[in-house]
Design a protein around this ligand. Structure first.
Ligand code: HEC
Length: 130
């Protein structure tokens, strides 16, 4: 390859990957969550509504992600998509949180393990109520 072109090609590749992966949850948010969260259907915390999201953000990433994944009142488990992985769901939550004043990242392995543990605990608790 002509060496003088390399920096340009690298720059283009970086721009493409940044725009694709800058906010990993965006695609899932748009595909799965926006139908309710964009407008606040059924009193869903609305996208970008800092006042609504502040107390949820305060619950912390592990608890909020786990409880959302299991389902909370009008919030269907997995956002209503049975095929949605916990990784994908976590990213979508982080995306909404970050658009409402938070600063969450894609959970690392340790955080993910804590989320999965909380999911099991939550499920067990919900089952007891029946
Ligand atoms: C069918 C409508 C609907 C869809 C689709 C939906 N949500 Fe929700 N969501 C709700 C409603 C309604 C609430 C409020 C629940 C409540 O507190 O009563 C909610 C609440 C939440 C909460 C806060 C949970 C808590 O502990 O209070 C999170 C986090 C959340 N949703 C994330 C998501 C994500 C991520 C997706 C997409 C993967 C999604 N939701 C898709 C309706 C929806």
């Amino acid at each position: 390859m002509n060496l003088s072109l390399r920096p340009i090609i690298v720059a283009i590749a970086c721009t493409i990957s940044l725009s694709t992966f800058a906010e990993p949850g965006e695609k899932i948010y748009k595909e799965v969550c926006a139908s309710c969260h964009a407008s606040g259907v059924l009193n869903a915390p609305k996208f970008g509504d800092k006042a609504k999201w502040a107390p949820l953000i305060a619950e912390g990433q592990v608890v909020l992600t786990a409880h959302g994944y299991v389902g909370v009142r009008g919030m269907p488990a997995k956002g209503g998509n049975p095929n949605l992985s916990i990784e994908g769901f976590s990213d979508a939550v982080a995306y909404m949180v970050n658009k409402a004043g938070g600063n969450w990242k894609t959970p690392d392995a340790k955080t993910l393990a804590a989320i999965n543990k909380e999911i099991e605990a939550r499920k067990a608790g919900l089952n007891q109520k029946k």
